[in-house]
Design a protein around this ligand. Sequence first.
Ligand SMILES: Cc1ncc(COP(=O)(O)O)c(C=O)c1O
Length: 467
Amino acid sequence: MVLARQSMSAQPRYVALAAAVEYAIASGLLEVGTKLPAERELTAIFGLSRTTVGRAYADLEAAGWLDRQVGSGTFARRPRPRAGRIWLRDVLDGVAALQPDRPDAINLTSSRPFVPADELREALDASAEVVGSLAQAWQYAPQGLPHLRAMIAEHYAGRGLPTTPEQILVTTGAQQALDLVFALHVEAGDPVVVESPTYHGVLDMLRVHEARPVSLGTAPESPAERLRDLLVHVRPSIAYLMTSCNAVTGRVMSTKDQEDVAQLSLREHFPVVEDDIFAGLTFASAAALPPPMAAHAPGAPIFTVGSTSKLIWNGLRVGWLRAPASAMSQLARLKGASDLGTSMVAQLVAGQLLAHAPELAARRRDESAAAFRFAGGLLRAALPSWRWDEPEGARGMWIELPGDSPPAEAFVATARRHGVSLLAGPTFSSDGAHAHRFRLMPVHPEERIEEAVRRLTAAWREHVAAD
Ligand SMILES: Cc1ncc(COP(=O)(O)O)c(C=O)c1O
Protein backbone atom coordinates (compact mmCIF):
# COMPACT_ATOMS: atom_id res chain seq x y z
CA MET A 1 0.00 0.00 0.00
CA VAL A 2 1.14 3.47 -0.97
CA LEU A 3 0.99 4.94 2.52
CA ALA A 4 3.12 2.21 3.98
CA ARG A 5 6.03 3.49 1.86
CA GLN A 6 5.92 6.94 3.42
CA SER A 7 7.93 7.80 6.48
CA MET A 8 5.88 7.71 9.63
CA SER A 9 8.70 8.28 12.05
CA ALA A 10 8.15 11.95 12.96
CA GLN A 11 6.18 12.92 16.07
CA PRO A 12 3.37 13.36 16.80
CA ARG A 13 2.12 10.38 14.87
CA TYR A 14 -1.07 11.97 13.56
CA VAL A 15 1.04 14.74 11.98
CA ALA A 16 3.29 12.14 10.32
CA LEU A 17 0.31 10.20 9.03
CA ALA A 18 -1.34 13.35 7.66
CA ALA A 19 1.94 14.40 6.01
CA ALA A 20 2.32 10.96 4.41
CA VAL A 21 -1.19 11.08 2.98
CA GLU A 22 -0.74 14.67 1.79
CA TYR A 23 2.55 13.79 0.08
CA ALA A 24 0.97 10.75 -1.59
CA ILE A 25 -1.84 12.86 -3.04
CA ALA A 26 0.30 15.88 -3.94
CA SER A 27 2.86 13.72 -5.74
CA GLY A 28 0.23 11.72 -7.62
CA LEU A 29 1.00 8.41 -5.90
CA LEU A 30 -2.59 8.49 -4.74
CA GLU A 31 -4.80 9.74 -7.52
CA VAL A 32 -7.49 12.28 -6.80
CA GLY A 33 -10.76 10.37 -6.32
CA THR A 34 -9.08 7.27 -4.84
CA LYS A 35 -11.05 5.85 -1.96
CA LEU A 36 -8.98 5.72 1.22
CA PRO A 37 -9.25 3.03 3.87
CA ALA A 38 -11.78 3.72 6.59
CA GLU A 39 -10.35 4.90 9.92
CA ARG A 40 -10.90 1.46 11.42
CA GLU A 41 -8.99 -0.30 8.61
CA LEU A 42 -6.08 2.15 8.79
CA THR A 43 -5.86 1.65 12.55
CA ALA A 44 -5.44 -2.06 11.94
CA ILE A 45 -2.93 -1.66 9.08
CA PHE A 46 -0.53 0.64 10.94
CA GLY A 47 -1.25 -0.43 14.50
CA LEU A 48 -2.10 3.19 15.30
CA SER A 49 -4.72 4.30 17.76
CA ARG A 50 -8.13 5.28 16.47
CA THR A 51 -7.56 8.78 17.89
CA THR A 52 -4.35 9.22 15.84
CA VAL A 53 -6.03 8.19 12.61
CA GLY A 54 -9.14 10.24 13.37
CA ARG A 55 -7.10 13.36 14.04
CA ALA A 56 -4.96 12.92 10.90
CA TYR A 57 -8.06 12.51 8.73
CA ALA A 58 -9.73 15.51 10.36
CA ASP A 59 -6.66 17.69 9.68
CA LEU A 60 -6.42 16.48 6.09
CA GLU A 61 -10.09 17.20 5.53
CA ALA A 62 -9.73 20.68 7.00
CA ALA A 63 -6.76 21.37 4.72
CA GLY A 64 -8.73 20.19 1.68
CA TRP A 65 -6.89 16.93 0.97
CA LEU A 66 -9.80 14.62 1.80
CA ASP A 67 -13.40 14.54 0.82
CA ARG A 68 -15.42 12.62 3.43
CA GLN A 69 -18.84 11.56 2.29
CA VAL A 70 -21.08 10.10 4.93
CA GLY A 71 -22.14 6.63 3.94
CA SER A 72 -19.79 6.25 0.98
CA GLY A 73 -16.27 6.82 2.37
CA THR A 74 -13.18 9.05 2.30
CA PHE A 75 -11.67 10.15 -1.01
CA ALA A 76 -8.42 11.85 -2.00
CA ARG A 77 -8.79 15.38 -3.35
CA ARG A 78 -6.61 18.43 -3.86
CA PRO A 79 -7.20 21.67 -2.03
CA ARG A 80 -8.31 24.58 -4.16
CA PRO A 81 -5.73 27.34 -4.27
CA ARG A 82 -6.57 29.97 -1.68
CA ALA A 83 -8.27 32.99 -3.20
CA GLY A 84 -5.81 35.74 -4.01
CA ARG A 85 -2.81 33.60 -3.28
CA ILE A 86 0.18 34.64 -5.37
CA TRP A 87 2.26 31.55 -5.78
CA LEU A 88 5.10 33.42 -7.48
CA ARG A 89 5.73 35.26 -4.22
CA ASP A 90 6.21 31.93 -2.47
CA VAL A 91 8.61 30.75 -5.12
CA LEU A 92 10.66 33.92 -4.96
CA ASP A 93 10.74 33.95 -1.19
CA GLY A 94 11.94 30.36 -1.32
CA VAL A 95 14.74 31.26 -3.68
CA ALA A 96 15.75 34.28 -1.62
CA ALA A 97 15.87 32.19 1.51
CA LEU A 98 18.43 29.88 -0.06
CA GLN A 99 20.96 32.66 -0.68
CA PRO A 100 22.11 34.39 2.45
CA ASP A 101 24.16 32.90 5.21
CA ARG A 102 22.31 35.22 7.59
CA PRO A 103 18.53 35.22 7.58
CA ASP A 104 18.43 39.04 7.57
CA ALA A 105 21.13 39.44 4.90
CA ILE A 106 20.54 41.98 2.15
CA ASN A 107 21.59 40.55 -1.16
CA LEU A 108 22.90 43.30 -3.44
CA THR A 109 24.58 40.85 -5.84
CA SER A 110 21.34 40.77 -7.82
CA SER A 111 18.24 42.90 -8.22
CA ARG A 112 14.90 42.34 -6.63
CA PRO A 113 13.06 40.13 -9.11
CA PHE A 114 10.81 42.17 -11.36
CA VAL A 115 7.79 40.06 -12.18
CA PRO A 116 5.04 41.84 -14.08
CA ALA A 117 2.53 39.67 -12.21
CA ASP A 118 -0.65 40.91 -13.86
CA GLU A 119 0.77 40.67 -17.35
CA LEU A 120 2.22 37.25 -16.60
CA ARG A 121 -1.12 35.96 -15.42
CA GLU A 122 -2.84 37.36 -18.52
CA ALA A 123 -0.18 35.83 -20.75
CA LEU A 124 -0.62 32.47 -19.02
CA ASP A 125 -4.39 32.64 -19.48
CA ALA A 126 -4.07 33.54 -23.15
CA SER A 127 -1.49 30.75 -23.60
CA ALA A 128 -3.78 28.25 -21.91
CA GLU A 129 -6.34 28.87 -24.64
CA VAL A 130 -4.02 27.82 -27.44
CA VAL A 131 -1.81 25.24 -25.75
CA GLY A 132 -4.20 22.38 -26.57
CA SER A 133 -4.12 23.00 -30.31
CA LEU A 134 -0.37 23.59 -30.15
CA ALA A 135 0.08 20.19 -28.51
CA GLN A 136 -1.90 18.58 -31.34
CA ALA A 137 0.32 20.19 -33.94
CA TRP A 138 3.85 20.00 -32.51
CA GLN A 139 6.06 17.65 -30.59
CA TYR A 140 9.59 18.94 -30.97
CA ALA A 141 10.67 22.19 -32.58
CA PRO A 142 14.33 22.68 -31.62
CA GLN A 143 14.58 26.02 -33.41
CA GLY A 144 11.56 27.44 -31.60
CA LEU A 145 7.91 28.18 -32.35
CA PRO A 146 7.48 29.82 -35.76
CA HIS A 147 5.39 32.76 -34.55
CA LEU A 148 7.95 33.66 -31.87
CA ARG A 149 10.83 33.40 -34.33
CA ALA A 150 8.91 35.69 -36.68
CA MET A 151 8.27 38.21 -33.90
CA ILE A 152 11.95 38.30 -32.95
CA ALA A 153 13.00 38.62 -36.60
CA GLU A 154 10.63 41.57 -36.95
CA HIS A 155 12.10 43.17 -33.84
CA TYR A 156 15.57 43.13 -35.41
CA ALA A 157 14.30 44.31 -38.78
CA GLY A 158 12.69 47.23 -36.94
CA ARG A 159 16.11 48.08 -35.48
CA GLY A 160 17.74 48.20 -38.89
CA LEU A 161 18.97 44.61 -39.04
CA PRO A 162 17.05 42.75 -41.75
CA THR A 163 16.41 39.25 -40.41
CA THR A 164 14.39 36.26 -41.54
CA PRO A 165 12.67 33.96 -39.01
CA GLU A 166 15.06 31.21 -40.21
CA GLN A 167 17.92 33.23 -38.71
CA ILE A 168 16.40 33.05 -35.24
CA LEU A 169 16.91 30.22 -32.78
CA VAL A 170 14.84 30.33 -29.60
CA THR A 171 17.00 29.25 -26.66
CA THR A 172 16.74 28.51 -22.98
CA GLY A 173 17.81 31.98 -21.91
CA ALA A 174 20.63 34.05 -23.35
CA GLN A 175 22.88 31.74 -21.39
CA GLN A 176 22.19 28.84 -23.74
CA ALA A 177 22.47 31.10 -26.80
CA LEU A 178 25.99 32.08 -25.69
CA ASP A 179 26.84 28.48 -24.91
CA LEU A 180 25.78 27.34 -28.40
CA VAL A 181 27.87 30.03 -30.09
CA PHE A 182 30.88 29.00 -28.02
CA ALA A 183 30.20 25.33 -28.79
CA LEU A 184 30.32 26.24 -32.48
CA HIS A 185 33.54 28.26 -32.35
CA VAL A 186 35.64 27.31 -29.37
CA GLU A 187 37.98 24.36 -28.89
CA ALA A 188 39.72 23.59 -25.61
CA GLY A 189 42.64 25.96 -25.11
CA ASP A 190 41.35 28.63 -27.54
CA PRO A 191 41.70 32.27 -26.56
CA VAL A 192 38.36 34.12 -26.36
CA VAL A 193 38.28 37.92 -26.07
CA VAL A 194 36.12 39.37 -23.31
CA GLU A 195 35.68 42.90 -21.97
CA SER A 196 37.01 43.93 -18.59
CA PRO A 197 34.79 43.86 -16.60
CA THR A 198 32.63 41.26 -18.30
CA TYR A 199 29.58 39.17 -17.41
CA HIS A 200 30.90 36.66 -14.85
CA GLY A 201 28.53 33.97 -16.19
CA VAL A 202 30.52 33.98 -19.43
CA LEU A 203 33.78 33.51 -17.55
CA ASP A 204 32.23 30.41 -15.93
CA MET A 205 31.03 29.18 -19.29
CA LEU A 206 34.45 29.63 -20.88
CA ARG A 207 35.91 27.55 -18.06
CA VAL A 208 33.48 24.76 -18.98
CA HIS A 209 34.58 25.03 -22.62
CA GLU A 210 38.21 25.00 -21.38
CA ALA A 211 38.77 28.24 -23.28
CA ARG A 212 41.26 30.93 -22.30
CA PRO A 213 39.63 34.33 -21.71
CA VAL A 214 41.72 37.22 -22.95
CA SER A 215 40.95 40.70 -21.72
CA LEU A 216 40.14 43.51 -24.13
CA GLY A 217 41.60 45.77 -21.43
CA THR A 218 39.89 48.18 -19.12
CA ALA A 219 38.19 50.99 -21.06
CA PRO A 220 40.34 50.71 -24.22
CA GLU A 221 40.38 53.90 -26.25
CA SER A 222 39.35 51.95 -29.33
CA PRO A 223 37.99 48.42 -28.74
CA ALA A 224 38.36 47.71 -32.49
CA GLU A 225 42.07 48.62 -32.52
CA ARG A 226 42.74 46.58 -29.41
CA LEU A 227 40.84 43.68 -30.97
CA ARG A 228 42.91 43.99 -34.17
CA ASP A 229 46.11 43.71 -32.11
CA LEU A 230 44.75 40.66 -30.33
CA LEU A 231 43.82 39.08 -33.68
CA VAL A 232 47.43 39.38 -34.77
CA HIS A 233 49.14 38.42 -31.52
CA VAL A 234 46.75 36.06 -29.74
CA ARG A 235 44.58 34.66 -32.56
CA PRO A 236 41.37 34.36 -30.57
CA SER A 237 38.56 32.25 -31.98
CA ILE A 238 35.76 34.66 -31.02
CA ALA A 239 35.02 37.80 -28.97
CA TYR A 240 32.15 38.31 -26.51
CA LEU A 241 30.99 41.93 -26.15
CA MET A 242 28.10 43.45 -24.19
CA THR A 243 27.12 45.96 -26.83
CA SER A 244 23.69 47.15 -25.64
CA CYS A 245 24.98 47.83 -22.12
CA ASN A 246 27.76 46.43 -19.98
CA ALA A 247 25.99 44.53 -17.19
CA VAL A 248 28.69 45.52 -14.69
CA THR A 249 29.58 49.13 -15.48
CA GLY A 250 26.23 50.18 -16.92
CA ARG A 251 28.04 51.76 -19.89
CA VAL A 252 26.86 51.53 -23.48
CA MET A 253 29.40 50.84 -26.22
CA SER A 254 29.44 53.90 -28.48
CA THR A 255 27.95 53.66 -31.96
CA LYS A 256 31.37 54.47 -33.44
CA ASP A 257 33.04 51.64 -31.51
CA GLN A 258 30.28 49.25 -32.53
CA GLU A 259 30.67 50.25 -36.19
CA ASP A 260 34.44 49.78 -36.03
CA VAL A 261 34.21 46.33 -34.40
CA ALA A 262 31.51 45.24 -36.87
CA GLN A 263 33.66 46.35 -39.83
CA LEU A 264 36.67 44.53 -38.39
CA SER A 265 34.56 41.38 -37.99
CA LEU A 266 33.48 41.66 -41.63
CA ARG A 267 36.98 42.34 -43.00
CA GLU A 268 38.75 39.65 -40.97
CA HIS A 269 35.87 37.11 -40.95
CA PHE A 270 36.26 37.21 -37.21
CA PRO A 271 33.24 35.93 -35.22
CA VAL A 272 31.84 38.20 -32.54
CA VAL A 273 28.98 37.40 -30.19
CA GLU A 274 27.15 40.52 -29.05
CA ASP A 275 25.11 40.43 -25.87
CA ASP A 276 22.09 42.59 -26.59
CA ILE A 277 19.97 41.60 -23.59
CA PHE A 278 19.73 45.17 -22.28
CA ALA A 279 18.26 46.45 -25.56
CA GLY A 280 15.55 48.92 -24.61
CA LEU A 281 16.73 49.05 -20.99
CA THR A 282 19.23 51.86 -21.37
CA PHE A 283 17.99 55.35 -20.63
CA ALA A 284 18.86 56.64 -24.10
CA SER A 285 16.75 53.91 -25.69
CA ALA A 286 13.60 55.63 -24.37
CA ALA A 287 13.81 57.82 -27.48
CA ALA A 288 14.51 55.05 -30.01
CA LEU A 289 15.89 51.53 -29.85
CA PRO A 290 19.44 51.65 -31.23
CA PRO A 291 20.47 49.12 -33.87
CA PRO A 292 22.37 46.05 -32.71
CA MET A 293 26.05 45.93 -33.65
CA ALA A 294 25.37 43.39 -36.41
CA ALA A 295 23.38 46.06 -38.27
CA HIS A 296 26.59 48.01 -38.92
CA ALA A 297 28.12 45.30 -41.11
CA PRO A 298 25.65 43.11 -42.98
CA GLY A 299 27.31 39.81 -43.81
CA ALA A 300 29.74 39.89 -40.88
CA PRO A 301 29.91 36.76 -38.68
CA ILE A 302 28.18 38.53 -35.79
CA PHE A 303 25.90 36.57 -33.46
CA THR A 304 23.32 38.61 -31.55
CA VAL A 305 21.92 37.30 -28.28
CA GLY A 306 18.69 38.47 -26.65
CA SER A 307 16.47 37.40 -23.79
CA THR A 308 13.24 37.95 -21.92
CA SER A 309 15.16 37.80 -18.63
CA LYS A 310 15.94 41.47 -18.07
CA LEU A 311 12.73 42.73 -19.62
CA ILE A 312 10.25 40.26 -18.14
CA TRP A 313 11.44 37.53 -15.83
CA ASN A 314 14.61 35.43 -15.59
CA GLY A 315 12.46 32.48 -14.56
CA LEU A 316 10.79 32.29 -17.95
CA ARG A 317 14.06 30.99 -19.44
CA VAL A 318 13.35 32.20 -22.95
CA GLY A 319 16.15 33.80 -24.91
CA TRP A 320 17.26 33.77 -28.52
CA LEU A 321 20.08 33.91 -30.97
CA ARG A 322 20.14 35.81 -34.26
CA ALA A 323 22.85 34.32 -36.44
CA PRO A 324 24.16 34.49 -40.00
CA ALA A 325 22.03 32.18 -42.17
CA SER A 326 25.06 30.01 -42.99
CA ALA A 327 25.50 29.03 -39.32
CA MET A 328 21.89 28.18 -38.61
CA SER A 329 21.76 24.49 -39.47
CA GLN A 330 24.77 23.72 -37.27
CA LEU A 331 23.37 25.80 -34.44
CA ALA A 332 19.98 24.12 -34.71
CA ARG A 333 21.69 20.72 -34.56
CA LEU A 334 23.62 21.76 -31.43
CA LYS A 335 20.44 23.08 -29.85
CA GLY A 336 18.59 19.87 -30.65
CA ALA A 337 21.40 17.75 -29.27
CA SER A 338 21.41 19.85 -26.12
CA ASP A 339 17.71 19.81 -25.16
CA LEU A 340 15.46 19.17 -28.20
CA GLY A 341 13.99 22.64 -27.78
CA THR A 342 12.93 25.22 -25.23
CA SER A 343 9.60 24.65 -23.44
CA MET A 344 6.80 25.56 -25.84
CA VAL A 345 4.63 26.70 -22.96
CA ALA A 346 7.30 29.21 -21.95
CA GLN A 347 7.61 30.31 -25.58
CA LEU A 348 3.87 30.94 -25.79
CA VAL A 349 4.00 33.07 -22.67
CA ALA A 350 7.09 34.92 -23.93
CA GLY A 351 5.34 35.71 -27.22
CA GLN A 352 2.35 37.15 -25.40
CA LEU A 353 4.55 39.34 -23.22
CA LEU A 354 6.95 40.48 -25.91
CA ALA A 355 3.97 42.08 -27.61
CA HIS A 356 4.08 44.55 -24.68
CA ALA A 357 7.85 45.04 -24.77
CA PRO A 358 7.85 48.85 -25.07
CA GLU A 359 5.64 49.35 -21.96
CA LEU A 360 7.55 46.76 -19.95
CA ALA A 361 10.87 48.32 -20.95
CA ALA A 362 9.66 51.78 -19.92
CA ARG A 363 8.71 50.46 -16.48
CA ARG A 364 12.03 48.76 -16.05
CA ARG A 365 13.95 51.89 -17.05
CA ASP A 366 11.94 53.97 -14.58
CA GLU A 367 12.54 51.41 -11.86
CA SER A 368 16.32 51.41 -12.47
CA ALA A 369 16.51 55.21 -12.70
CA ALA A 370 14.65 55.60 -9.39
CA ALA A 371 16.88 53.01 -7.70
CA PHE A 372 20.09 54.65 -8.97
CA ARG A 373 18.85 58.05 -7.75
CA PHE A 374 17.81 56.78 -4.33
CA ALA A 375 20.84 54.61 -3.59
CA GLY A 376 23.18 57.20 -5.15
CA GLY A 377 21.87 59.95 -2.87
CA LEU A 378 22.28 57.86 0.27
CA LEU A 379 25.73 56.58 -0.68
CA ARG A 380 27.05 60.04 -1.59
CA ALA A 381 25.95 61.36 1.81
CA ALA A 382 27.15 58.42 3.92
CA LEU A 383 30.24 57.30 2.00
CA PRO A 384 31.64 60.36 0.18
CA SER A 385 34.98 58.70 -0.66
CA TRP A 386 33.27 56.15 -2.94
CA ARG A 387 33.11 56.97 -6.65
CA TRP A 388 31.10 55.68 -9.60
CA ASP A 389 29.95 56.82 -13.01
CA GLU A 390 26.22 57.22 -13.40
CA PRO A 391 25.01 54.05 -15.14
CA GLU A 392 23.51 54.53 -18.60
CA GLY A 393 21.18 51.59 -18.10
CA ALA A 394 21.09 47.99 -16.81
CA ARG A 395 20.76 47.39 -13.07
CA GLY A 396 24.10 47.78 -11.31
CA MET A 397 26.44 50.42 -9.85
CA TRP A 398 30.16 49.84 -10.36
CA ILE A 399 31.64 51.41 -7.29
CA GLU A 400 35.28 52.36 -6.88
CA LEU A 401 36.87 52.49 -3.45
CA PRO A 402 39.77 54.88 -2.75
CA GLY A 403 43.01 53.46 -4.14
CA ASP A 404 44.76 53.70 -0.75
CA SER A 405 42.18 51.51 0.97
CA PRO A 406 42.52 47.72 1.26
CA PRO A 407 41.17 45.80 -1.78
CA ALA A 408 37.46 45.40 -2.44
CA GLU A 409 37.59 41.64 -1.87
CA ALA A 410 38.40 42.30 1.80
CA PHE A 411 35.66 44.92 1.98
CA VAL A 412 33.14 42.52 0.44
CA ALA A 413 34.03 39.97 3.14
CA THR A 414 33.54 42.63 5.85
CA ALA A 415 30.24 43.75 4.31
CA ARG A 416 29.10 40.15 4.30
CA ARG A 417 29.77 39.92 8.03
CA HIS A 418 27.65 43.04 8.41
CA GLY A 419 24.83 41.38 6.46
CA VAL A 420 25.22 42.78 2.93
CA SER A 421 26.23 40.62 -0.04
CA LEU A 422 28.18 42.22 -2.91
CA LEU A 423 30.45 40.97 -5.70
CA ALA A 424 34.05 42.21 -5.78
CA GLY A 425 35.57 43.60 -9.00
CA PRO A 426 37.90 40.68 -9.83
CA THR A 427 34.84 38.39 -10.10
CA PHE A 428 34.12 40.15 -13.39
CA SER A 429 37.55 39.93 -14.96
CA SER A 430 39.66 37.20 -16.48
CA ASP A 431 42.88 38.52 -14.99
CA GLY A 432 42.10 39.73 -11.46
CA ALA A 433 41.66 43.38 -12.54
CA HIS A 434 39.43 45.87 -10.69
CA ALA A 435 40.83 45.21 -7.24
CA HIS A 436 39.21 48.37 -5.84
CA ARG A 437 35.79 47.94 -7.41
CA PHE A 438 32.63 46.13 -6.50
CA ARG A 439 29.17 45.88 -8.01
CA LEU A 440 26.12 46.93 -6.06
CA MET A 441 22.63 46.22 -7.42
CA PRO A 442 20.34 48.87 -5.93
CA VAL A 443 16.96 47.78 -7.36
CA HIS A 444 15.33 46.81 -4.07
CA PRO A 445 12.66 48.29 -1.81
CA GLU A 446 13.86 51.63 -0.44
CA GLU A 447 13.81 50.55 3.21
CA ARG A 448 16.14 47.66 2.32
CA ILE A 449 18.54 50.05 0.63
CA GLU A 450 18.45 52.41 3.64
CA GLU A 451 19.33 49.51 5.93
CA ALA A 452 21.99 48.26 3.49
CA VAL A 453 23.66 51.69 3.42
CA ARG A 454 23.65 51.81 7.25
CA ARG A 455 25.35 48.41 7.33
CA LEU A 456 27.81 49.33 4.57
CA THR A 457 28.76 52.48 6.45
CA ALA A 458 29.58 50.41 9.56
CA ALA A 459 31.45 47.86 7.42
CA TRP A 460 33.46 50.63 5.71
CA ARG A 461 34.49 52.08 9.08
CA GLU A 462 35.75 48.68 10.13
CA HIS A 463 37.46 48.13 6.76
CA VAL A 464 39.50 51.34 6.82
CA ALA A 465 40.30 50.97 10.52
CA ALA A 466 41.80 47.55 9.81
CA ASP A 467 44.23 49.08 7.30
C1 LIG B 1 25.01 40.20 -19.42
C2 LIG B 1 24.22 38.94 -19.29
N1 LIG B 1 24.11 38.12 -20.33
C3 LIG B 1 23.41 36.98 -20.27
C4 LIG B 1 22.78 36.60 -19.10
C5 LIG B 1 21.99 35.33 -19.07
O1 LIG B 1 20.65 35.64 -19.27
P1 LIG B 1 19.45 34.60 -19.32
O2 LIG B 1 18.74 34.69 -18.01
O3 LIG B 1 18.60 35.06 -20.46
O4 LIG B 1 20.04 33.25 -19.57
C6 LIG B 1 22.86 37.43 -17.98
C7 LIG B 1 22.20 37.05 -16.73
O5 LIG B 1 22.22 37.71 -15.74
C8 LIG B 1 23.60 38.63 -18.07
O6 LIG B 1 23.71 39.47 -17.02
